[in-house]
Design a protein around this ligand. Structure first.
Ligand SMILES: Nc1nc2c(ncn2[C@@H]2O[C@H](COP(=O)(O)OP(=O)(O)OP(=O)(O)O)[C@@H](O)[C@H]2O)c(=O)[nH]1
Ligand SMILES: [Mg+2]
Length: 379
């Protein structure tokens, strides 16, 4: 593919040309300050005179990562920083980095030097040959490996990989790899169907592609992390479950809504337990007991939804309190709508259970729709 040469207005005197990049490498970062410079050195060496750029997408790291990226960007115009405030999530970080790029070839790789940058020229070569659309750095083909993972992590990763193969539309050894390169069109065709849930952007891309892309896997050995800490935690498994659920049933019921409904059901249980306790051991009247139970149930629903349903937009600090108050208000209106619809249906001679269910559905849809806009609104 021919490189396009642009004129750099700032350096008119030296008339130095800038070359539009052929490859954009998106690197998600969360507290990776010490890895940035070594990574850029490795990329420069590996990619030689290929025109490339690195877009670091940082979720407001507190160790000075975004400042260090900008410092490096002042020295090297191939480096860019996209800093997101109040957001979390590796998959959405990569998606937004890819959207901020324009190169015909795009790649995703981790910042922590665990992905072997020497694969990048081979990936480019494979795409240039025209034979494939997507090249994966694979730990699970001959010649690849997972380094010094514990046996527990190997087992969990093997299990997660088997699950992933169910939902991706191609026979791929390592659909959970975080290291891949593809033609821009592959990403653009899948983009609007992608979930953006959790850590596994490649699986999301594969499962969301309208046509299975032509894939090649190249082996590499996952290296040991040199600096900084792993961001893997127990919630990764949860987020992975959300991604799988979305890919399996998301067409029929939005997974967030289903989860919101399940938490709402739990809230009913909490309500009844608290009501019973208030009536039997707090010595208050029914109205007061009902008010206490309602408050506790709404609060527990808020906490659970904040922790699970809207984990990627989790509220913290003062935002948490503000969100809670908005949630109380929305649920208050939801309860009025619920009772109104149910009473109307009941007086229109519908069965009690149908009237009750209609009220509950209207109330839940209201609560879900309003709280996703006003409580956990995307910034
Ligand atoms: N922007 C952004 N980057 C993230 C987030 N979580 C992780 N990352 C980055 O994504 C990459 C992969 O995260 P790691 O913690 O290294 O995960 P891993 O490589 O699967 O696990 P380890 O082997 O334990 O390192 C790293 O570059 C992280 O800095 C996030 O929420 N937002
Ligand atoms: Mg890592």
């Amino acid at each position: 593919m021919a490189d396009v040469t642009l004129f750099d207005a700032q350096s008119e005197n030296t008339a130095s040309p800038r070359v539009a990049s052929k490859l954009s490498i998106v690197v998600p970062t969360l507290n990776e300050r010490e890895n940035l410079e070594p990574l850029l050195d490795l990329l420069s060496t590996a990619l030689g005179d290929t025109a490339w750029e690195a877009i670091f997408v940082d979720d407001d790291s507190c160790d000075g990562t975004p400042e260090r990226i900008r410092e490096l960007a002042r020295r090297d115009p191939r480096v860019r920083c996209l800093q997101r405030i109040g957001r979390r999530g590796l998959a959405t970080a990569c998606m937004e980095g890819l959207l901020a790029s324009a190169s015909p070839y795009i790649a995703v790789m981790d910042a922590d030097l665990q992905h072997d940058e020497r694969l990048l020229p081979l990936m480019l070569e494979a795409l240039d040959s025209g034979a494939v659309d997507l090249v994966i750095g694979s730990r699970y083909v001959a010649g690849g490996g997972v380094g010094d993972w514990s046996s527990g992590r190997v087992r969990i990763s093997g299990f997660a990989t088997r699950l992933a193969r169910f939902i991706c539309k191609a026979d791929i050894a390592d659909p959970l790899s975080g290291f891949f390169m593809c033609r821009r069109e592959v990403f653009e065709a899948a983009l609007r169907r992608m979930s953006g849930q959790g850590f596994k952007i490649l699986l999301d891309l594969l499962a969301s592609s309208p046509e299975p892309p032509r894939v090649r896997e190249l082996p590499y050995s996952f290296r040991e992390r040199q600096h900084g800490e792993s961001k893997l935690d127990t919630m990764i498994a949860w987020e992975y479950g959300m991604l799988l659920a979305d890919k399996l049933v998301g067409r029929f019921v939005p997974v967030r809504f289903a989860l919101f409904g399940v938490i709402g059901g739990l809230g009913l249980l909490v309500h009844l337990v608290v009501l019973w306790i208030a009536l039997n051991s707090m010595g208050v009247g029914f109205s007061a007991a009902q008010a206490i139970a309602t408050l506790v149930a709404m609060t527990s629903n808020f906490v659970l939804n904040n922790q699970f349903t809207y984990r990627d937009q989790r509220l913290r600090g003062p935002g948490l309190l503000r969100g809670l108050v908005i949630f109380y208000m929305i649920c208050g209106v939801g309860a009025v709508a619920n009772v109104g619809v149910a009473s109307y249906a009941f007086t229109s001679h519908h069965a009690w259970w149908l009237a009750g269910a209609a009220g509950a559905v209207v109330g839940s849809v209201w609560n879900f729709a309003m709280s996703s806009v006003f409580t956990w609104r995307r910034r």
